[in-house]
Design a protein around this ligand. Sequence first.
Ligand code: NDP
Length: 490
Amino acid sequence: MTKLLRSLLQSKHRCHSSTSPLFTLINPANATPHSHYHAPTPDDLSHALELSSASQKQWSKSSPTQRSTILRRAADILSQNVQHVSRLETMDTGRPIRETEFDVLEGIECLHYYSGQILQSHDLLYNHPTGQAYVKRVPMGTTCGIGAWNYPFQGVLWKGVASVVYGNSMMYKPSEFTPSTALWMEECLVEAGLPEGVFQVVLGGGETAQHLIHSPKISKVSFTGSVSTGLRVYQQAAASMKKVTMELGGKSPLIIFNDAHLDNAVCGAMMANWYSSGQVCSNGTRVFVQEDVMDEFVQRLLERTKKLRIGDPMDTETDIGPMVHKLQYDKVLDYIHIGMKEDRATLLYGGKRPNNLPSHIQNGYNLQPAIFTNCTDEMTIAKEEIFGMVMSILSFKSEQEVIERANNTEFGLAAGVFTQDIQRGQRVIDSLDAGAAWINNYNLAPIYLPWGGCKLSGIGRENGVASVEEWTQWKSVYCEMGDVDCPYPK
Ligand code: NDP
């Protein structure tokens, strides 16, 4: 265990108990434990919720300038700790250090973004013949965030920072597999001046999450995770009329037309499938290629995929790290085996354990990226979310045909199109069921663009102009300046 992580796990700011279940954190690069922690007991959680609720009442009275200043200070602290935080994230997730450093830099941008957002007024004033009315944006109260293991640092910022800046308090439960950077962020916000209790990280698994979702103190649940858990959480939250944001899974289409800049399209397909070992919710794993450029596209993709350096995620030269844990590694391998048995699909490349790993990461959960060609829409690998490096390549003839096939899925998170005809690009994107879409690129998610999906991929949006809607509620006030106009006899 690193000194830094030990101090985070024993932080005085966080609720924990030494008598409750013990969780062990495994470094996916070498499959060895790197630290452990106790989850909170139900009593610990109840105390933390009391603290959250009491601190929110005070915090909601703070001025926008005070909140903005705290976030700018937090951004400064984060800027001085880019290496520390990205190493923690890589140790938990196995994602290459180059990727996690990028996330930390985006985190700094996120803090600056919300420090500016809160200074804008969203209140409205109306004049009425005998009075005045105003509509205020007021906080939701005590909120809860539940994060997935693939982008833990992004999760804590997108949910936690957005919630508290609008005057809420937040109880944030990271995935039990990847809590370290959320704990770091809790310390960072307190050091920057956030009052104790306003943002609390609570450790543990599904049981901890369930305690929060069912608590009457919680007014809003923001969840990121799988469709199956998300559907359950949505129903449970609805039982007590809690507001929700659901960021769930996907099986997104990436469409490459015959007039596309093919090298850019290959870059897009690689970014949409290999980044973070394929563990990205918005990945474009159904790659539709117009039939007359199929051979050229596949050849260029293969050449570049073979050059990827699979290795130690702490090495800045590494392109592909391990899968996050053994369960995910096994699940992805199972899908590759299913793909190999599908009727006509051809495993063109990869899908095996690399045999040239350095000795210190021999036990890591590494896999080669897998490219399947000759896929059809009804194949399991082309229909289900795999959350690993399994690319299904499908051929198409016409624009109308590909739009229909791309939309023929229960998911609606993301979509991409590569074409040099910008009118066609916009026309196709307008026809696709997706909350996030790209023309001639893939997987960019700057903080000023709202993020989220439709259909089974979720409800609500995070970030950008959507954040105020997600983390506040309207309060309408009418103030009478004259006498009450009453129709009843005196
Ligand atoms: P899960 O649904 O398994 O878990 C998500 C979170 O829910 C974790 O914190 C998990 O805790 C917690 N959880 C587990 N059981 C319960 C329960 N019964 N009640 C409430 N919460 C529970 O998803 P994964 O962590 O495996 O994440 C992968 C999924 O997330 C993929 O489907 C991916 O597409 C989606 N995702 C969506 C994103 C988006 O923006 N749309 C972004 C990132 C991922 P614990 O991990 O401790 O068990």
